[in-house]
Design a protein around this ligand. Structure first.
Ligand SMILES: O=C(O)c1ccccc1N[C@@H]1O[C@H](COP(=O)(O)O)[C@@H](O)[C@H]1O
Length: 217
């Protein structure tokens, strides 16, 4: 049976890892434009990688509370298929970005407890997709990419009106369980396919995608 699970590999910084993600069957590749991240990539380098991404794989720009000048630069120079908003962007800001660039927008919602679920419904009215990630702890330096999971039971059996991805602490070892518990049809990973912060591993990328599809690794 062909699995319908779509995988996003986020924080790619070199051609070999983009190629590994494509070969393994990734549906999305993510470029991280948050300067404090170990996965940060410059606009020039992202452009070099993006032009060679095979057709059919969506190229996603991850930004955090980016202003229009920065988004203008990214969108103007990198061929992109989606914008991932991983900061504290309001509903109004999401709507503004969506209208200004004409690209699908994926808003990230951090989840730690039941109280965070209302935001999922709220943003599903305006975003094209949602990414449901672990809410970063207060002391975390990064708003994502911390390798932390949330309690997947919080969203088990929930349905929303737009497509969504599950993220947060996913690895080749736990992604199948995460999918089975939440019913996710799309998953996103950054640190779980790395050997050190920002250092992707071709084998882990392939293992993650296989595991997400329920194949033996
Ligand atoms: O990866 C980062 O460094 C990052 C920085 C700032 C915002 C978001 C970031 N990553 C996103 O978070 C999810 C989950 O990461 P992880 O798998 O738990 O490491 C990741 O897929 C990115 O979309």
């Amino acid at each position: 049976m062909v699995s319908e699970i779509k995988v996003k590999i986020c924080g790619l910084r070199d051609a070999a890892h983009v190629a590994a993600a494509a070969k393994a069957g990734a549906a999305y590749v993510g470029f991280n434009f948050f300067s404090k991240s170990p996965r940060y990539i410059s606009v020039d380098d992202a452009r070099s990688l993006a032009v060679d991404v095979p057709l059919g794989i969506a190229k996603v720009a991850l930004t955090v509370n980016a202003d229009n000048a920065f988004l203008d630069d990214i969108v103007g120079r990198v061929p992109l298929d989606m914008l991932q908003l991983h900061g504290s962007e309001s509903v109004e800001r999401v709507a503004e970005i969506r209208a200004r660039y004409g690209l699908p927008v994926m808003k990230v919602i951090g989840v730690a407890d039941e109280g965070d679920l209302a935001a999922i419904s709220e943003f599903s009215k305006i975003a094209d997709q949602l990414l449901i990630d672990a809410k970063p702890p207060k002391e975390a330096e990064l708003p994502g990419g911390n390798g932390l999971s949330f309690d997947w039971r919080l969203i088990a059996g929930q349905r929303w009106s737009v497509p969504w991805m599950l993220a947060g602490g996913l690895t080749p070892l736990n992604v199948a369980e995460a999918i089975s518990m939440t019913g996710a049809k799309q998953v996103d990973v950054a640190s779980g396919v790395e050997t050190a912060p920002g250092v992707k591993d071709e084998r882990l990328i392939a293992d993650f995608i296989k595991a997400a599809r329920g194949e033996k690794t």
